[in-house]
Design a protein. Structure first.
Length: 452
């Protein structure tokens, strides 16, 4: 790869970028991927990049995209105890049977503790990182001064860190919203008083911001309309990785009676009350005897939601719960499936959500079944790219499953999604414009305020 050095036109010095991100490699969390990709891309293009993060060098197995000397790792203090998840399914590949009462009770207590914490910790449960992060940067900078500060959230405690550093150094800062904060984020369930507190804090923090960035135009318009801040769109993208070779699809799989079976997979987090697997499982129940020919694998934390839906639908023999798995295992599960299930919220308030999982799914090139808002950005992306279908009613989902079963029976496999579906959606396609946004901010050319 040819590296193009990006320098100031007037002075010839390399631009300096500080990225503030609570999540960063070696953590394997989804929240670490966008800031890590930006750090790597800017570094490759000649920027002098530093990263300030809460993740220790031993907290995961993902490769760090920068030399370790350029990463400032500040651990939160004091440590705030987090409830331990007891709702994840066993990782032995067992089927979804009934949940023991004690496990259900523990899961309920954990959810109650999480909700209570979200109410009292402002701006979020990572508030104990703000002071250590600012202090660690001051101690580690040793005269190094960024031309622009970029912060990626959530968590939004990082916004306070970035605003504080930018104010002390009198440099511009850019706020990257992977999800929204006080307005337009219905996944974060809060009381009305708490939401009002968050909005006042967000409004105060954004008074000094230069530019905001988010992942879709509906979300960007929400920020512009609410806070009057210049807001741009940079989608997430497909992270290039080795694509597993074809394995499970060379010929029809049997159900013990010579008939082909259909394997679906869902990987990732299941949000309580927002991303509901119930319609899919009810659809499988509608298949009657053919339900034995459909198998769904769920890999990821689900807080007992999937297990409860399985019990209600009575389709335990058609479902396997793997619980939380590594990123590599998640990709293998996707590659081994006939089709992939994308659970989103079937509500207009979710129109602007573009989950990062959709890009993993697109690289797997398996047909995607989206349960979610038909008028949303994600649904349009799948339809425009010929990458999947959108259904929410069990009867319609059951009809789609029967159609796929018929194709699998006749041909031995479902057609893969065309390679053209990924054109322009790789991470580097999105990060070129992102660097331009940062150049404008660093050079004082960005518009700050928009009319409300």
């Amino acid at each position: 790869m040819r590296i193009v050095t990006d320098t100031h036109a007037d002075s010839g010095t390399t631009r300096r970028l500080l990225i503030v991100s609570y999540h960063f490699p070696p953590a394997e969390t989804v929240g670490a991927r966008r800031p890590a990709a930006l750090a790597a891309f800017a570094h490759q293009h000649g920027w002098d990049v530093r990263v300030l993060t809460a993740i220790g060098a031993d907290q995961g197995g993902e490769r760090t995209p920068l030399p370790e000397a350029q990463v400032i790792r500040a651990l939160p203090a004091p440590r705030i105890p987090r409830p331990t998840s007891t709702a994840a399914a066993p990782t032995d590949g067992g089927s979804a049977g009934r949940t023991p009462p004690l496990r259900r009770l523990r899961a309920g207590v954990n959810r109650a503790l999480v909700r209570a914490g979200l109410e009292v910790l402002v701006p979020d449960a990572q508030v104990n990182w703000i002071r250590p992060a600012v202090r660690a940067f001051r101690q580690a900078a040793d005269g190094w001064r960024p031309d622009v500060v970029l912060v990626s959230g959530p968590p939004f405690s990082g916004f306070l860190v970035a605003a504080s550093i930018a104010r002390r150094l009198r440099v511009p800062w850019v706020a990257d919203y992977r999800d929204l904060w006080s307005v337009g984020n219905e996944y974060w369930v809060r009381s009305a008083p708490r939401r009002a507190v968050d909005e006042r804090l967000e409004r105060r923090v954004l008074r000094s911001v230069t530019t905001c960035v988010t992942v879709s135009e509906p979300l960007a318009e929400t920020v512009r309309r609410t806070f009057g801040v210049d807001t741009r769109v940079v989608m997430n993208g497909i992270d290039r990785r080795p694509v597993p070779a074809e394995s499970a699809h060379a010929g029809p799989l049997g159900d013990g009676r010579g008939r082909a079976t259909l394997t679906l997979a869902h990987t990732g987090y299941v949000y309580p009350g927002r991303r509901d697997p119930g319609p899919l499982l009810d659809a499988i129940a509608l298949l009657g005897p053919d339900a034995a020919r459909v198998h769904v694998v769920f890999a990821g934390v689900d807080h007992g939601i999937v297990r409860a839906a399985v019990e209600r639908a009575g389709v335990a023999d058609s479902v396997t719960l793997l619980g939380q798995v590594s990123q590599e295992k998640s990709w293998r599960v996707q590659a081994d499936a006939d089709a992939l299930v994308l659970l989103m919220w079937n509500d207009p308030r979710d129109a602007g959500t573009v989950t990062g999982k959709i890009f993993d799914y697109l690289q797997a090139r398996r047909p995607i079944l989206l349960l979610g808002y038909e008028g949303g950005v994600a649904a349009k992306l799948l339809r425009d790219r010929g990458a999947g279908v959108v259904h929410n009613e069990p009867a319609m989902i059951a009809a789609q499953l029967r159609e796929w079963l018929d194709v699998k029976e006749r041909t031995g496999r479902l057609p893969v999604v065309p390679a053209t579906a990924t054109d322009g959606l790789f991470r580097e396609d999105q990060l070129g414009p992102y660097l331009q946004i940062l150049r404008e901010a660093a050079d004082g050319k960005a518009r700050r305020r928009q009319p409300i």
